[in-house]
Design a protein around this ligand. Structure first.
Ligand SMILES: Nc1ncnc2c1ncn2[C@@H]1O[C@H](COP(=O)(O)OP(=O)(O)OP(=O)(O)O)[C@@H](O)[C@H]1O
Length: 260
């Protein structure tokens, strides 16, 4: 299968007053089309930096980021993003918030078509009937569902999820994990998820990439070859428990708290 994303030997340092601050070192990640890659690693190792490089908001000092066979050299409109804080615009309704990327990427698309596309996604995530509400009228979980719709509405090449479930309670989080599987089953997409939650990484990921401590390099890659939509019960099966133990150990090694 062709890779949608190829991160090849990426090394990057922030320029600070005190000199270069190395964040990524010879990082390699490949994500096939329509697959879901979860990235875990110690706090501050460079995960968000990686997302900025993929979105073309920054460029690496060395190495290359390829998206759909094209070298990333400028900000990409074809990337959808969702963050821990959904950042919905309060002066717009939920429907208008979800439509926003279409206004930028497909300004000539008829309004009715934009609305139909947004409504279709909102229905998929269980937000039918809430299209006319303002963000503040929705719960945190509902806002995050709307934010996922906004990230997907323009059928982006890739959706980057930077800890979108981190601030939710455990039950809502599990609901949203299932919603992610449902969304993928309805309409395949390619995703890169940054998370601190190992269970989330195994439940959602087709591969889990463990980054080392800063400067981050690819320390370990686990393939999770289980077709979706996956039942939540999967999390309690011996195979998953074993996977979690392996990942936990790799994170401890990354943090310097265990020896390889
Ligand atoms: N613009 C910047 N200038 C200088 N240093 C930066 C800049 N942005 C991030 N950093 C530093 O780079 C390192 C990596 O930051 P990044 O946000 O990519 O890490 P992260 O793995 O996403 O962190 P966390 O897991 O805590 O969210 C951190 O030490 C951070 O302080």
């Amino acid at each position: 299968m062709d890779n949608l994303i190829d991160i090849k030997g990426v090394t990057h340092a922030y320029k600070t007053k005190a000199g270069p601050f190395p964040v990524l070192r010879d990082l390699n990640i490949s994500i096939p089309q329509h697959s879901f890659c979860a990235v875990v690693g110690p706090s501050g190792c460079g995960k968000s930096t990686l997302t900025r490089l993929i979105a073309g908001l920054m460029f690496p000092d060395q190495g290359e980021v390829w998206l759909h066979g094209e070298l990333v050299k400028s900000p990409r409109k074809t990337v959808g993003m969702a963050f821990q804080n959904p950042v919905l615009l309060e002066w717009r309704t939920i429907l208008q918030n979800v439509i926003l990327p279409l206004e930028i990427v497909a300004p000539m698309m008829p309004k009715a078509q934009k609305e139909a596309r947004a409504r279709e996604l909102l229905a998929m995530v269980g937000l039918e009937g809430f299209e006319g509400k303002r963000p503040s009228e929705l719960s945190g979980g509902m806002r995050q569902r709307a934010s996922l719709c906004r990230a997907l509405v323009h059928k982006p090449d890739i959706i980057i999820l930077d800890e979108p479930f981190g601030a939710l309670d455990a039950f809502t989080r599990e609901d949203l994990w299932q919603t992610m599987h449902q969304l993928r089953a309805n309409e395949p997409f390619t995703a890169l998820l940054i998370t601190h939650d190992l269970r989330e990484s195994v439940y959602l990921g087709d591969q889990v990439v463990v980054l080392s401590g800063r400067p981050a390099t690819t320390q370990y890659v686990m393939s999770v070859d289980i077709p979706g939509p996956r039942p939540l019960e999967m999390l309690y099966e011996p195979d998953t428990v074993e996977r979690l133990a392996v990942l936990r150990r790799e994170i401890q090694i990354a943090q310097g708290r265990a020896v390889a």
